[in-house]
Design a binder for this molecule. Structure first.
Ligand SMILES: NC(=O)c1ccc[n+]([C@@H]2O[C@H](COP(=O)([O-])OP(=O)(O)OC[C@H]3O[C@@H](n4cnc5c(N)ncnc54)[C@H](OP(=O)(O)O)[C@@H]3O)[C@@H](O)[C@H]2O)c1
Length: 281
């Protein structure tokens, strides 16, 4: 973790929807930058102004101003509007710009084609970076230097865990950690439902459930052991855990999760191929 480090560059954020605004909040919460260093723009004026009022960042007049003003630029618009958004800015980028795209499925070849001579990064983050516990995978483009991976690791390492991969593995990152928080929310809700079925009040059941997921994950990451070791430590002979796990195994709990990650990975590959064929025509 680089909690004591800061970015001196001016930071641009194009698109302040769910992910763009989460990124801004995360950067400020971790004190990586000051609000005055951030320039943001969104087509939806209200959501931009809400974020500006909440955080004290600058509202840019348009995306071109961001490119003129900032050296690190996060692209946080939906994949469907990626091309049209960047097309107009293409000639304004120089090699002094670092463009970091979070758009799912938009390949580095497309990002580089639309950003002149800029150094490009493609990253797949996830929603919990809003609270400093994100999980992300990234790939560098063809024009980057070592400093660029340091910047990405500084930003996303301060907002959680981040790993560099060859680009073809970003679909797998999407299937695991990009969409994974949704699986975990369903898990938490269902666990709480089980608690309610067993007689617990709803509010407490939900907190016990979420805290159980967070605590187990934290224990695993801190102790750095195989999950089976920790599972064995909880599972006493003839006990309650053994009964629950017997039922989970017989209903295919593990294979459901494995298949879910595979399904999301396949879907990500499919969408990526479609983006590529559309945008490269
Ligand atoms: N949600 C996730 O968990 C997740 C995880 C990893 C990556 N991502 C990626 O993150 C990106 C953003 O997703 P999101 O969920 O934050 O979407 P979102 O909430 O729809 O935010 C995108 C925002 O960008 C605005 N916008 C559209 N065109 C623009 C332009 N030319 N200039 C400036 N702003 C523009 C959109 O306005 P309009 O609504 O008017 O178009 C919207 O407010 C996507 O590419 C997605 O693939 C999301």
């Amino acid at each position: 973790m680089h909690h004591n480090r800061k970015l001196s560059e001016s930071i641009g954020v194009i698109g302040t929807g769910k992910m763009g605004s989460a990124l801004v909040r995360g950067l400020l919460k971790e004190k990586l930058v000051k609000p005055e260093q951030i320039y943001a723009y969104d087509i939806l004026h209200e959501i931009l102004m809400e974020l500006v009022e909440e955080t004290g960042i600058n509202a840019a007049l348009n995306n071109l101003r961001i490119v003129e003003q900032c050296s690190i630029i996060f692209i946080c618009v939906k994949p469907q509007v990626f091309e049209t958004t960047l097309q107009k800015l293409r000639t304004s980028f120089t090699n002094d710009h670092l463009v970091i795209s979070i758009a799912a499925g938009v390949p580095l070849t497309t990002i580089e084609r639309l950003t002149g001579n800029a150094r490009c990064v493609r990253i797949m983050p996830n929603m919990p970076f809003q609270v400093g516990e994100g999980a992300a995978g990234f790939s560098l483009g063809t024009r980057n230097d070592n400093r660029d991976s340091e910047i990405v690791e500084l930003v996303f390492g301060s907002l959680g865990k981040v790993f560099q991969f060859p680009e073809y593995l970003l679909d797998a990152v999407t299937g695991l950690s990009g969409t994974g928080p949704a699986y975990v929310f369903v898990f938490i809700e269902a666990l709480a439902d089980g608690g309610v079925l067993a007689g617990l009040p709803r509010r407490e059941a939900l907190i016990l459930s979420a805290q159980t997921v967070m605590g187990a994950a934290k224990l695993l990451l801190e102790q750095n052991v195989h999950p089976g070791v920790l599972k064995d430590a909880i599972m006493s002979p003839g006990g309650t855990t053994a009964s629950a796990l017997q039922l989970m195994e017989s209903r295919g709990f593990r294979s459901i999760l494995i298949d879910a990650v595979e399904a999301a990975t396949n879907k990500s590959q499919f969408l990526g191929r479609n983006n590529l064929s559309l945008s490269d025509q």
